[in-house]
Design a protein around this ligand. Sequence first.
Ligand SMILES: *Cc1c(COP(=O)(O)O)cnc(C)c1O
Length: 362
Amino acid sequence: MALTLHVDADAWRAQQAAVLADTPGLVPVVKGNGYGFGRGLLAAEAARLGVPAIAVGTSAEVASVRSAFPGDVLVLAPWHPAVDEAAPEPADRVVRTVSSLAGLQALAGSDVRVVVELLTSMRRHGLSPAELGEARPLLGALRVEGFALHLPIDRGEWGRVEETEALIARIWGAHVTLDRLWLSHVTPEEVARLAASHPDVQLMPRVGTRLWLGDRTAFVTRSTVLDVHQLRRGDRFGYRQRRAPGPGHLLVLGGGTAHGIGLEAPKQARGVTERAKAAAMGGLEATGRALSPFHVAGRQRWFAEPPHMQVSLVWLPEGTDPPAIGSEVDVDVRMTITTVDRVVLDAADASGSDPSGSDLSG
Ligand SMILES: *Cc1c(COP(=O)(O)O)cnc(C)c1O
């Protein structure tokens, strides 16, 4: 396998348990690339946690979590008649977000379960206070499962609590019942503060990053060494037929653009040494003068040329023994943009026993 995410299952689940404990009402977010783990695996983990609901990003993602998670699935992307083709089917266990008057009007009278999103200082989606007043007569004709607020991350101390309090007052001011409030990007302290002042409101904090990626030591991505070639100075290699800057080894490592490797803008070579190295690798005009995310023999190595679709060519200068074909090297990846070929849950206490690999689908 080319790119493998190794997970220390006990440590990963301990982090999940800690978040569940400090965030009552937790709604795990399972969207996009499944935070690097895949949506199917995260849905199964959420089922283990025993939470009543999870959130996905888009309606297209519902199918990928359905079989693994028995509870409600909230779709975070708001349904809008001008954006989404058809009115959603009132499918069991699916809750849609609606953030516009047009959306509420189109769904009034249907059986679709909806969460009504209000506009916050994020200004992404949501009804304004004036629209909430206008929406009031429609709400009786809808299956409303609460209101939702998506708050900004940089908001200063207690800024999100103040903003939430102000919006709760708006909801009451519109004489609308508020029994459930779905919240995004609130801290455990903020949830506790809001719970204390609103014991009658069921708070549903939606959390992804802290839940799945909160303990960085619980997982590591590794690349399989697929091939190794000894090169002399001046030997040509790769699509660009560059010449080796000196003697060394060309490593063919699993993981390329299809996995999300190297899509980031190449890091600027800063110090004199880095510039010198970049120059040695083929001149500063070359696009491949980027440090790769691959670590070999304890150091981050240079791309020999830009990453290919599924593999990367990495340069290992003379003086370091190349890794063996079939061994693995560590890769620094951004979890939210990386698609691995395989996730392996390693049980830390099962030394020597077979790890249960779960293939990623969805
Ligand atoms: C992605 C998302 C979340 C989860 O965000 P994290 O930072 O990963 O916890 C919550 N709410 C909404 C609306 C989102 O789009």
